[in-house]
Design a protein around this ligand. Structure first.
Ligand code: GAL
Length: 444
């Protein structure tokens, strides 16, 4: 029986495997890698039938994400120079990758899957794609590539359904990071980055007096605040209470959920005041500007974004009150059934799982490799510290990034938290969360 009191790496990974159980939108293509074809025209028209192509769906269009994906493509193109890569990356939408997921659904239902697509390990992979029988199992690929020896066993379990793996994890990301600008804290007389929410609010007051927004928020779509909220929720509920939210043993009506919502509501008083019209791209530009906010609670892809800007005036700490917790998610790629260029897709998965592929991708992406045998010389101070924390911390699965719960709940959740950010009404947002949990049929 799973001990929900404190999950270590093994327990978290086991939890993931236990719980596993469209508009056509404007394409926002990533710049193509050398040798890569133009992005799919018109926002995801299927790659040309019969052509020697590889069409990949993702929502990686930001700095760091683009370069990391291109690093994988570059390795692929070197090995398979005759294959034309169709980089069908699509940004935006509600929740992470909302627009890409909507288009993917349309393509899947129309019998026109891309050759492979970005998907979070955990409930997003299993409930959205494996249970509906859309994916090929990959146990033969794991054997051929020796992946059973280099991925943590329990990570393989999260990628698996009925004992067979269905995708290749390319990374491990941490959700609960406080990114901060030391120079701005200093300018406001804040001695050190806050380690608790009480310290955060004390620092926020000093920053306010100095005319600096404390917290960067980009809530033009339901997305960013949902991310911040999962990092508050865990601090109020502890691990057992948090995991209980997804199986009905903790009620979303619980007063600790109310407290978490109140903390977010209070934090929003110190956000950039235009946060409801601020996009993900805007907030990253703002964060590096001289007159922008001092802190941002975001996953470690922010490290990738900031590195891609060549920006160095920032440090990191666990989000307030989350020292010892690693809120975890993983990006992966799988093999849809009836993919038009199956051999090319399989070779792409081989590159994604390889040491060379993971060591090229992760140091740029801001994530740590899913493999346990990386070349450590390629990873910087932040990433080495994340690797250490991943080994020793309590691992809590992310809501917003598809690890803990199925996609339908993630969307309802993101919309409820967006409602809080918009209307600033804790009771109304909590009622929406309670309804979402009822609709998702979370029962003990
Ligand atoms: C996450 C994804 C990350 C990063 C982030 C930015 O869901 O796992 O790789 O892309 O979204 O939106």
């Amino acid at each position: 029986m799973l001990n929900k009191g404190k999950l270590n790496r093994r327990d978290f990974l086991r939890f993931g495997s236990m719980v596993a159980g469209a508009a056509l939108l404007t394409a926002c293509p990533a710049p193509a890698a050398p040798g890569a074809a133009a992005p799919a025209a018109g926002g995801g028209a299927a790659a040309t039938a019969g052509a020697n192509q590889l069409e990949i769906f993702s929502w990686w269009t930001s700095g760091g994400e683009v370069e990391a994906l291109n690093a994988i493509y570059a390795i692929y193109s070197e090995k398979f120079p005759d294959v034309e890569i169709v980089n069908a990356a699509l940004t935006g939408g509600a929740g992470q990758g909302g627009n890409m997921k909507a288009l993917l659904e349309t393509r899947m239902q129309g019998g026109q899957p891309p050759d492979s697509f970005q998907v979070h390990l955990g409930r997003e992979l299993i409930d959205s794609h494996v249970v509906p029988d859309r994916m090929e199992s990959l146990e033969w690929l794991y054997e051929e590539e020796g992946l059973n020896d280099v991925f943590p066993k329990d990570l393989i379990a999260i990628a698996s359904y009925e004992g067979k793996p269905y995708s290749v994890p390319v990374n491990i990301h941490r959700s609960n990071v406080l990114w901060y600008r030391p120079s701005k804290l200093e300018a406001a007389g804040v001695a050190a980055a806050p380690t608790t929410w009480d310290e955060f609010f004390a620092a926020a007051e000093l920053l306010k007096a100095a005319g600096i927004p404390a917290l960067a928020v980009a809530e033009i779509e339901p997305n960013f605040s949902g991310h911040v909220f999962e990092n508050i929720l865990i601090t109020q509920l502890d691990q057992a209470g948090y995991l209980g939210l997804f199986d009905g043993s903790t009620s979303w009506e619980d007063e600790r959920v109310t407290k978490a919502l109140s903390i977010l509501n209070q934090a929003l008083d110190y956000a950039n005041p235009d946060y409801l019209s601020t996009s993900w791209g805007d907030i990253n530009d703002r964060f590096v500007a001289d007159d922008g906010p001092a802190m941002m609670i975001m996953g470690d892809w922010t490290h990738g974004v900031l590195m891609s800007k060549g920006f160095t005036d920032y440090r990191w700490a666990p989000a307030p009150d989350t020292a010892g917790i690693f809120m975890v998610l993983s990006d992966s790629f799988g093999l849809p059934k009836n993919t038009p260029h199956r051999d090319n897709a399989v070779n792409f998965l081989r590159v994604c799982g390889s040491r060379e592929g993971q060591d090229a991708f992760n140091p740029i992406k801001g994530s740590i490799p899913a493999r346990t045998d990386p070349d450590l010389s390629k990873y910087d101070e932040y990433l080495l510290s994340a690797m250490e924390d991943f080994k020793s911390n309590t691992l809590s699965p992310s809501i917003q990034h598809g690890a803990a719960v199925k996609q339908s709940f993630v969307l309802d959740y993101a919309i409820a938290i967006n409602n809080l950010a918009t209307n600033r009404d804790v009771a109304a947002a909590q009622a929406m969360l309670v309804q979402a949990a009822t609709d998702a049929e979370f029962v003990v």
